[in-house]
Design a protein around this ligand. Sequence first.
Ligand code: C2E
Ligand code: CA
Ligand code: CA
Length: 575
Amino acid sequence: MTNQETTRILLVEDSEDDALLLETVLAPVMPGLEIHRVDCAPDMTEALNRPWDLVISDHSMPRFDAFRALQVLKASGQDIPFIIYSGALEHDRGNSAMRVGADDHIDKGNFGRLVPVVQRALRHVRTTRGMREAEQSRTRLENYDGLTGLANQKRFLEIAGAGLEAGCAVLYVDLDRFMRINDSFGYATGDALMGQIARRLERCAGPGEVVARIGRDEFALIVAADGSRDTARQRAERLMQCFSEAFPVNGQSLFLTISIGIALAPWHGEDVPTLLKNAESAMFDAKRQGRNMLQFYRHELNVDTGLRLKLESALRHAVEREELFLAYQPIIDVETRSIRGVEALVRWRHPELGTIPPDQFIGIADESGQIIAIGEWVLRTACAQARKWHDAGFPDLAVAVNFSATQFKQPGLHDTIRQVLESCGLAPQHLEVEITESLAMQDAEATATTLRGLKDMGVKISIDDFGTGYSSLGYLRRFPIDILKIDKSFVRDVDCDDDSAAIIRTVVGLARSLKLTVLAEGVETQSQLDFLAAEGCDRMQGYYFAKPCDPATLLKLLRSQGAGVPSQEPLFAAA
Ligand code: C2E
Ligand code: CA
Ligand code: CA
């Protein structure tokens, strides 16, 4: 951009003499004048790549004329005053040129008019340019983050709102423990690093996707996801992957991790502010779970009743349309290190949203009563599958099935279970009914009665998520329980948190005195396994052994293990 001291004029003129004359008249009243002469369209186009304050054009030249020069100027997209400078005979044509966009017209030789016209044009240029710059810097300040140059939250909401496409996802990205960097390297380094982070996020974003800095160490992205959780998850994972590379800071390599909250339109919100708010709350969930994690928004279904109704009605057809399926996670016997059972875990393959995990829809199914049909389908499918495994040569395999509150309190529960076991040809001792500790304690009297009925039938009873509810020991004694499943939150923290280790010790001791089997779920590492085995856990379940898998994969796992052969090695590599 030119400053006040210099005046840069692009002169379209074939005659060198006329150019010289013009310069002679203007130079004394315009210090810092620069004139560049062109006389054909290609030269003019090329010259317009540089900044000019004014274009003065002769009317007609052998290879060019003012009309075409005006077109070239327009085509360049530049907003520069254009003055026609022509011989007296061409006056009328000069006037017509003004109608097509020239700003003024001067007769060649009318030097008295030349200076004031040029000066007026330049004054106009400078005022409008000043206003434009002020406006630009104002919008920059209002819309962009000064440190990284990314859009700010206001701008994010505007752009994202204007282009919100069905099925997109908002990712709320928070840098884990960024304060540490400011503390150890100072704010200047922190700021420079922030710039690098912004560039990396931009690189990860797809074309047309918006990246914004919306907080001190928080960013938001809106990405295309086709309404699919799986796609949104992949996008978020790719973002985390981008951070696996170190950032160079003061000659050192610095590693950063991020926590990501995801909100998927339209299920987690139908407008950008709602999606952003929900993605933020999911991000806090991810942080709570230990950082360097991604998390979907969880509570959408309670918040937005419209969407809840949509999902509820879609769920109504899920069973008949065969959209539900079961994954089976091995349960390992610690002593023999072999698979002694599986837990059946339901998933919903939604036609638009992809695979939905159970905690996103079991709650709705439970409250809307649909869990009765779904639960019965799960029970029947799991028992039939267990029977197939028995027939395939693993006759001792047990199957654990989760029961929700409504299902468990249903009057016909015992009859349903008995009927299903009979029709599948599965012995009752191979079915383990899982109810959560908190469900068991809701109405302890009724629970005790229902459980006794199940016990009489020969079915095993397992208390799930143990340690998270508030069981009174008295009730626990009165329930005919077989298995306590220690909640995975305690297992996760066992290495780093003395309280969790103490709780596990207490539970194992308690189970011993009540002659119950103890199962630890969510075992992910060798050191968790070692601790739990040393404490005397009987069974384990978790990603360390195997993730929930389809029946065929499970059969392979069963066949690959020397069943019953004690081993000190874990059965399967961590998935
Ligand atoms: P749950 O009964 O506590 O099931 C264990 C959950 O932990 C499963 O999640 C399983 O995939 C996950 N998990 C297993 N190993 C690990 C591990 O090593 N680390 C971690 N972080 N997680 C692990 P899933 O399948 O998403 O199920 C979530 C919950 O949904 C279940 O929790 C259960 O309460 C409910 N659910 C699942 N299937 C059914 C069903 O058929 N009926 C009912 N009523 N509820 C179900
Ligand atoms: Ca369970
Ligand atoms: Ca559990």
